[in-house]
Design a protein around this ligand. Structure first.
Ligand code: G4P
Length: 542
C-alpha cells in the first residue's frame, strides 16, 4: 500500500476524517441497459427524488426528445446541479452520487467500456417485456471483467410484461450470475399496485399523484397479511404474490452484501420508473448496498502489485476519457480524470507518471454544455475535467507521490475495419492531424497498409466510424470517404511477415506502434492461419 507515514497532528487527523467521511458518502456508478429500457427515465427520477428537480419531465426536450446540452446548462444554473459531459453529481439523502454517462446508443464504443472502468458499481436496467437484451449482455460482461458489482432493476412493470420469475431465470442464465429478489411486484401491467420488501414482508402500495410520474408517488405500507383487506388487489394477484414469495423463500438465492460486492449475486428490484412506483425503495437500497470508492490495484514502478487506498494514499487519479474540441471557442482537449485517492485541490502540482514530470492542475472543471465551472476540491470517486494541452493520454496516472501506475484500461478487439481517405487530397495534413487526435482519444484505432500508402481505421462498433467522419468534417473541415472492409477479427503477428502464409480473405497491416497485424474474414480463417503457420505466433489483440 502506498501511504504517508507522517505523524498526525490534530489538524491532520480532522482533515483525514473529512476525507474518510467524504469518501464513504460517494457512490460512483453507471447505468447499463439496452436502448429504450428506461435509463433516461430512471436518471430523471433520481434527480426528482434527490430534490434536484421538482417536476419530472425536464430531462427530455419539449418534443419528447432526449435531453440536450443546453437543457442541462439551464438546469444547472437554476438548481446548482454539477454536470460534466462525462459525469453528473448530486446528493441523495446522505450520499453524494456521481452518475457516469455511458452513451445509450444502439451501437456501442470503446469509450463506453472505458467509462465503466471509472464506476464502482452499475445499475442494470431491464425492460420487463424484453428481458436481457444484446447491449445489456455486452456491458454486463465488461462489469464482470472489471469486478464491478451490478444491481438489477426490472423496469416498466406498469406495462404488460413477462412473469417476474421468468425474468429472474433469464438474468441467471443469460448472464451467468445468481439473482436474488430484494422486492417483489404486486401485480403487473394495469394491475401493478406496489411492491413487497422481502426482508420485512411489508407491502408498499402506491398511488399516482401526477400524470406521467411528474411528482413523487403516494405510498401506503401494510403487512403482507393485511394485503387482502386493503381492497387494492384482486384475489388472483394476491394468490400469485403469495405463491411467488413462497417459492422464492424455498428455492430463491440467498443474498448478502458481501456476495453482491464479490460479483456472485445481483440484487433484483422491480419498478416502473415512469410512474415512480418502486423508485424510492430502489434508490434507498442502492445507496445502502452500492460500494463507496475502495482500494484500486496498481503496478509499482519495480513491477510489484500494490493497492492504492482511497484514504491513506495521497491524491491520485487516472485519465479514462479524452475529448477534443468540446468548446469551439477553446480549441483544446479535455482529459477526464477519476479520482482514486486523497483530496484534490485546485492548483495542485502532481506527478505525471508516464512523462516523468510535474504538472499543475490549474483549471479543473466540471463541464456543462459550453460552460465550464471550476472545481475547488474533490474526493475519491469524483470526476474532474482538466484542460489537456497534449499532456494526457488515456490510462495516464497522476498522483502526489508517484511510484505506481493504475492497471492499463482494457482494449477491445476491433471487429470492424475500413479504409479512409480525404476526398480532397489538399486536406491531407488536416486529415492526418484529425485522425491522430481521434486515435489518441480512443475513438478509433489507426492502422496502415504495409507500404504506408493507405490509412485504415478499426473499431468495435459502427458508431465509432460515424463519429470519426462527423468529427473530421466539423472539427477539421475534412470530408472523407470510408470503405468498410470484409474483415471481422484480427491478431498480432510475431515472426517474419514475408514467410507468413496468409489464408484467403485476410490482409496484413501495421498498427500505430508499427506492429504487424493480420485481419481475417472470420475466426475460422484465423484458426486456419494458425495451423498453416506453426513457426509464427498469432496473438489476439485486446
Ligand atoms: P433509454 O434512456 O434507456 O433509451 O430509455 P428511456 O428512459 O428514454 O425510455 C424509453 C421509453 O420507455 C420512453 O418512451 C419512456 O417514457 C418509456 N419508459 C421508461 N420507463 C418506463 C416505465 O416504467 N413504464 C412505461 N410505461 N414506460 C417507460 P418514449 O415513448 O420513447 O419516449 P417519451 O415520448 O415518453 O419521452
Amino acid at each position: 500500500m502506498v501511504c504517508c507515514a507522517a505523524i498526525m497532528t490534530t489538524t491532520q487527523a480532522s482533515v483525514d476524517g473529512e476525507l474518510a467521511a467524504a469518501t464513504a458518502q460517494r457512490r460512483t456508478f453507471a447505468i447499463i441497459s439496452h436502448p429504450d429500457a428506461g435509463k433516461t427515465t430512471l436518471t430523471e427520477k433520481l434527480l426528482l427524488y434527490s430534490g434536484m428537480i421538482r417536476t419530472a419531465g425536464m430531462v427530455r426536450g419539449r418534443k419528447g426528445g432526449k435531453v440536450t446540452a443546453s437543457d442541462w446548462m439551464g438546469m444547472e444554473q437554476e438548481r446548482g446541479i454539477s454536470i460534466t459531459a462525462s459525469a453528473m453529481q448530486f446528493h441523495y439523502k446522505d450520499a453524494v452520487i456521481n452518475l457516469l454517462d455511458t452513451p445509450g446508443h444502439q451501437d456501442f464504443s470503446e469509450d463506453t467500456y472505458r467509462t465503466l472502468t471509472a464506476a464502482d458499481s452499475a445499475i442494470m436496467v431491464i425492460d420487463a417485456a424484453k428481458g436481457v437484451e444484446a447491449q445489456t449482455r455486452k456491458l454486463f460482461a465488461v462489469c464482470r471483467l472489471r469486478r464491478i458489482p451490478v444491481l438489477t432493476l426490472v423496469n416498466k412493470l406498469d406495462l404488460p410484461g413477462r412473469p417476474p420469475l421468468d425474468l429472474m431465470t433469464e438474468v441467471e442464465q443469460a448472464l451467468d450470475i445468481q439473482a436474488s429478489a430484494i422486492n417483489w411486484p404486486v401485480g403487473s401491467g394495469s394491475e401493478f399496485a406496489g411492491i413487497v420488501t422481502r426482508a420485512d414482508g411489508r407491502v408498499h402500495l402506491f398511488s399516482r399523484t401526477a400524470p406521467g410520474g411528474a411528482a413523487k408517488v403516494g405510498v401506503e405500507t401494510v403487512p403482507l397479511g393485511e394485503l387482502a383487506r386493503s381492497g387494492r388487489v384482486s384475489a388472483d394477484v394476491l394468490a400469485q404474490v403469495r405463491h411467488d414469495l413462497e417459492l422464492l423463500d424455498i428455492a430463491g438465492n440467498p443474498f448478502s452484501r458481501e456476495r453482491f460486492l464479490a460479483g456472485e449475486v445481483t440484487p433484483v428490484f422491480f419498478a416502473s420508473a415512469l410512474t415512480n412506483f418502486g423508485v424510492e425503495h430502489f434508490l434507498d437500497a442502492f445507496v445502502a448496498l452500492a460500494p463507496s470508492p475502495g482500494a484500486r490495484p496498481a503496478d509499482a514502478e519495480d513491477g510489484r502489485e500494490l493497492t492504492v487506498d482511497p484514504i491513506e494514499t495521497p491524491f491520485s487519479a487516472y485519465v479514462f476519457k479524452l475529448q477534443a474540441n468540446m468548446n469551439p471557442k477553446h480549441r483544446d482537449s479535455t482529459a477526464f480524470l477519476r479520482i482514486c485517492s486523497g483530496r484534490f485541490e485546485r492548483d495542485m502540482v502532481v506527478k505525471h507518471h508516464r512523462l516523468n514530470r510535474e504538472v499543475r492542475l490549474a483549471r479543473p472543471h466540471s463541464m456543462v454544455a459550453q460552460a465550464r465551472s471550476t472545481v475547488e476540491e474533490a474526493f475519491p470517486g469524483d470526476i474532474i475535467g482538466i484542460i489537456n494541452p497534449g499532456l494526457f493520454a488515456i490510462g495516464d496516472t497522476i498522483s502526489l507521490t508517484g511510484g505506481f501506475n493504475f492497471k492499463p484500461l482494457p482494449q477491445f478487439q476491433p471487429e470492424l475495419f475500413a479504409r479512409i481517405r480525404p476526398t480532397d487530397v489538399g486536406k491531407r495534413k488536416a486529415f492526418d492531424k484529425g485522425l491522430s487526435q481521434m486515435a489518441q482519444e480512443g475513438t478509433v484505432q489507426i492502422m496502415r497498409s504495409l507500404n504506408d500508402l493507405e490509412s485504415l481505421v478499426a473499431a468495435v462498433g459502427r458508431l465509432q466510424f460515424d463519429v470519426l467522419q462527423y468529427r473530421l468534417r466539423h472539427e477539421y473541415r475534412v470530408e472523407t470517404v470510408l470503405d468498410q472492409l470484409p474483415y471481422t477479427c484480427s491478431a498480432w503477428l510475431d515472426g517474419d511477415p514475408a514467410t507468413f502464409k496468409p489464408p484467403s480473405a485476410s490482409m496484413i497491416v501495421k498498427d500505430q506502434r508499427n506492429r504487424v497485424v493480420v485481419l481475417f474474414g472470420d475466426q475460422l480463417m484465423k484458426t486456419i492461419a494458425r495451423d498453416r503457420n506453426p513457426d509464427h505466433l498469432l496473438r489476439d489483440m485486446g
